[in-house]
Design a protein around this ligand. Structure first.
Ligand code: FES
Length: 107
């Protein structure tokens, strides 16, 4: 089975304060990259699945992000849409941290 992973250097871990999110643009795509209080990182698409809004402008609370436009929340670990109006999950991407650098598998 082919390995379609494509690890791209995204941000330094210190670019994101714990329990927060930062937008990262790669090509024509926007990602939301999260750093938890435990220094774990997660990445999702940055555009809300409901209408056009950047999730990274929203409010992070533990393992959820609240969309700034209509307040749907998503689980940052799974992308699961937790309350309406959004009903489609966010796409998630694998991340890894090496030497203080966050890599995202955009493949
Ligand atoms: S645009 Fe995100 S909930 Fe509506």
């Amino acid at each position: 089975m082919p390995d379609n992973s494509r690890w791209i250097k995204a941000l330094n871990l210190t670019d994101i304060v714990p329990n927060d999110v930062k937008r990262w643009d790669y090509g024509s795509r926007s990602f939301a990259i999260f750093r938890t209080a435990e220094d774990r990182c997660y990445a999702t698409d940055d555009i809300c699945t409901h209408e056009y809004a950047h999730i990274s402008d929203g409010f992070v609370m533990n393992h959820t992000i609240e969309c700034p436009r209509h307040a749907s929340s998503f689980d940052i670990r799974t992308g699961e849409a937790l309350n309406p109006p959004a009903c489609i999950n966010l796409k998630t991407y694998a991340t890894k941290i090496e030497d203080g650098v966050i890599y995202v598998d955009v493949g």
